[in-house]
Design a protein around this ligand. Structure first.
Ligand code: GAL
Length: 810
């Protein structure tokens, strides 16, 4: 057949265009995503007039988001948040920002995105209400375009109403505590959370990638466009692409599907969290009109009723911890550097999984779990229709649960780290028949958006006849909280079911505090068994010895789980201490005792039990410190691995060789104290593996400062955490020092928080000073945007030598 020259020309251009499109992987970004955190005005209280442009805001604070006003305030026993929320105030507040957009944005679709506002937000643009959002953990956004003045001033105002208390069982924070962005795209674009990637087949040779993308056409006319899906590896090299020609009607949405193959994929796992990304590009004629990125991790996983969990075919125990969302002294403020530090400390311990207790986490947390290799149990809520506290989510359930759950799944379903959807924690409806219908409804919503992860729920009731969530038959994976002694019956009781210990332990400890004797388990409250009556200074011994009546010790839980192959793994309550829920004590206790690591990020001793079991690196950790009264009986514990015995020496004299028997997780010696040097040596087949020495500390003499990084980014967000210790003249930690340290920061940073991890401390996290607790505290410095080195000076003014540390700037 003879083709007309013109047709040939058109075909030629189309081929050329396709060629150019398929080569263009790293072109200019068309979609504009702007950090919108700067220059907000804020005022505590209720100011309905703030929606108008002519408001005088001269007495409003100017601040940079993310912001939590509760953490800035004083602890007060009378605050209606009560103990569960650390006695910090809540109330109402307004945020307001004036901004101008370029005139040539008038043709664009402009939206604002909030990652989380606690809670009951209402957003106004130039006097128009865009909507309300009761749920404080949900990410949401609004299109602004139709209300904007381009080339002129606009006012956005956000009302935040966290007044109705109590509304949570843990500290929530108040305000716009997560990031805000402005997004501008052309009228033909990828819809919000409009992509969904799955990897139906994964092997070492190849992975099939199934990609769904919803395109939104806000034009008044239909459009024809080219749609390109590129998969880029970690070096931004394209490893696969598909280009198709598509059509879309006026003012409508349409979902398109692309299937791709990645040969010899680099799989994502917890040791090597290899990531790819998908770049979606929309071309109208030959012009790029949108580009949109979706994370991609190629992995397969499986829960098995007998063999537990496997990742990429490799049996893998889930070694997890539960985390609440607060960042200690920073409150609820979502900060990537703070979260990264937290996850780094947990990774070092051997943790490979995080349970987001009990609500959608920040984007930064999700991204870091992808980047650092954590398996995630993503959790929707702590409450359905039946309340736990007076003003909690049950009040919003009927009106909002469907949309909240859908938005939660859509936001998080592309993160490869997410491997379970939990529809609720210890939900009251498990105890009555209404639980059946709700479980089915929620599971169906999840399944309508993602069938690649199991639906689970963290249950407390393990008697089938009493558990209606289980009876719904809608769970793919059973999560059980506590009662580890019952697990042995589960394979027969829940025959053929996949099972996980969704929450375990809830033991209590204070860093650096030791009560003797260390043997024997104590329960809190004391009416349950050999009771723990509490200490006058609101401490709990750091020997793994005191447990809540519903929980167990760290050791007892792990001894059980490690032997049960059917059990996919465990999530310890909790990785870090968190604000609120300071069981077992009343005021002034204001933060929890459950963490393996304290609120300041300083590990308690049991951290090393996990490290010795959950990692293969050599561990030898002995405790307590060595400053006691002569003649006093002191229990010395050692956690160790990679060795067959440990020998303990006091002032050069051997106190004997010991090794773990049967399923022991530690060894111990009862020693009559004499000052000097306590030393442990671990050996394997007679060869020394590690040696640990603790000296009796002399008088406090110096301040030691250790920064967690040597340079900081000058981006106004990055943080450096400085650990402050009081030592004697030889550098030994003075374990009972409680001196007040004054901080002074100069150069490119500012002090944004201090903490010593003491659960009953009532000094402000925002002070310029901090008392060391059991010898230690931390200072958190944030970049102030100046490209200057930062100096932190720490002094006591009581004869102890001051110290200064310098941090570089990038
Ligand atoms: C659990 C609950 C957690 C926390 C914990 C304290 O039952 O799920 O949110 O309250 O107890 O031990």
């Amino acid at each position: 057949m003879k083709l007309h020259k013109n047709v040939l020309h058109k075909v030629g251009s189309a081929i050329l265009l396709l060629f150019l499109i398929s080569c263009a992987t790293l072109e200019k970004k068309i979609r504009i995503i702007e950090d919108f955190n700067e220059n907000w005005n804020f005022k505590l209280g209720d100011y309905p007039n703030a929606i108008h442009s002519d408001l005088n805001t001269s007495d409003w604070r100017i601040l940079q988001l993310p912001h939590d006003w509760s953490i800035e305030a004083a602890f007060n026993k009378e605050n209606p948040t009560k103990q569960a929320q650390a006695f910090l105030p809540a109330g109402m507040g307004w945020y307001r920002k004036t901004f101008t957009l370029p005139e040539n944005w008038a043709t664009k679709t402009v939206s604002i995105e909030f990652d989380g506002v606690f809670k009951n937000s209402e957003v106004f643009i130039n006097g128009h209400s865009l909507g309300i959002r009761p749920n404080g953990y949900i990410s949401f956004g609004y299109e602004l375009s139709q209300y904007l003045n381009f080339g002129k001033e606009n006012v956005i105002a956000v009302k935040v109403d966290n007044d109705a208390q109590p509304n949570s069982r843990w500290y929530t924070g108040s305000g716009i505590y997560r990031n805000v962005r402005l997004v501008a795209s052309e009228k033909l674009h990828v819809a919000k959370w409009g992509t969904f990637v799955t990897t139906p087949e994964v092997s070492a040779a190849k992975a099939s990638v199934h990609f769904e993308v919803t395109i939104e056409n806000k034009n008044e006319v239909p459009k024809e466009f080219k749609l390109k899906t590129s998969i880029l590896d970690a070096n931004n090299q394209e490893v696969a692409n598909v280009v198709t020609t598509e059509k879309i009607g006026a003012n409508t949405n349409s979902t398109k599907i692309h299937n791709l193959v990645v040969n010899q994929p680099k799989l994502w796992d917890t040791e090597n969290p290899n990531l790819y990304k998908i770049v979606t590009t929309i071309y109208e004629n030959s012009k790029t009109v949108d580009n949109y990125e979706t994370p991609l991790g190629i992995r397969s996983f499986n829960f098995d009723a007998e063999k537990g969990f496997s990742l990429n075919g490799v049996p893998t125990k889930i070694l997890g911890v539960c985390l609440h969302h607060d960042n200690g002294a920073l409150g609820a403020v979502a900060n990537k550097a703070a979260i990264k530090r937290k996850l780094t400390i947990l990774k070092e311990m051997g943790t490979n999984a995080i349970r987001m207790a009990h609500n959608p986490a920040s984007l930064e947390m999700m991204q870091l779990c992808d980047e650092m290799g954590f398996i995630v149990q993503d959790e929707f809520t702590d409450v359905w229709k039946k309340k736990k506290v007076t003003n909690d989510y049950h009040k919003d359930w009927d009106a909002w649960h469907k949309q909240d759950l859908e938005d939660f799944i859509k936001r998080d379903r592309n993160y490869p780290s997410v491997m379970m959807w939990s529809i609720g924690n210890e939900i009251r409806e498990q105890f009555d028949s209404t639980g059946i219908a709700i479980t089915r409804e929620l599971a169906q919503i999840v399944k309508s958006l993602d069938t690649t992860r199991p639906v689970t729920s963290a249950l407390t009731e393990n008697v089938i006849a009493k558990n209606f969530i289980y009876q719904s038959g809608a769970l793919d994976l059973l999560g059980f909280n506590y009662k580890h002694e019952d697990y042995k019956d589960f394979p027969t009781r829940f025959k053929g079911q996949k099972i996980l210990a969704s929450e375990s332990v809830s033991a209590l400890e204070t860093r650096g505090h030791y009560d003797f004797p260390s043997d024997g388990i104590k329960a809190w409250p004391p009416k349950y068994g050999a009771g723990f009556d509490g200490n006058a200074d609101w401490t709990v011994s750091a020997y793994d010895q005191v447990q809540s009546y519903w929980g167990t010790t760290h050791e007892a839980n792990w001894k059980t789980i490690k032997k049960q192959d059917f059990m996919a793994g465990t999530f310890i309550w909790t990785g870090f201490d968190y604000l609120g829920e300071p069981d077992p004590y009343p005021y002034p206790a204001r933060s929890s005792y459950f963490g393996i690591v304290d609120l300041a990020g300083l590990p308690k001793d049991v951290y090393y039990m996990y490290q010795s079991e959950w990692t293969t690196k050599p561990v030898l950790h002995i405790f307590p410190h060595w400053n006691w009264t002569s003649g006093q009986e002191v229990d010395v514990w050692a956690y160790y691995n990679n060795a067959d015995q440990v020998e303990l020496f006091l002032n050069g004299k051997s106190l004997g060789v010991k090794s773990k028997q049967n399923d022991d997780l530690h060894i111990s010696w009862r020693v009559k104290f004499e000052p000097g040097i306590i030393k442990a040596i671990s050996r394997k087949k007679g060869v020394v593996v590690l040696e640990k020495v603790i000296h009796t500390a002399g008088a406090a003499s110096k301040i030691a400062l250790i920064a967690d990084k040597t340079t900081i980014k000058n981006d106004t967000y990055d943080l450096v955490y400085v650990t402050v210790s009081i030592t004697d003249a030889d550098g030994n930690l003075v374990p009972n020092a409680n001196d007040l340290i004054q901080f002074e920061v100069t150069g490119g940073g500012k002090l944004v928080g201090v903490d010593n991890g003491y659960q009953a401390g009532l000094d402000s996290f925002k002070a310029n000073s901090c008392k060391v607790y059991n010898g230690k505290c931390i200072a958190i410095i944030q970049s102030n945007g100046k490209k200057e080195k930062i100096q932190l000076k720490a002094s006591t003014g009581n004869g102890i030598n001051a110290a200064t540390i310098e941090v570089g700037v990038q």
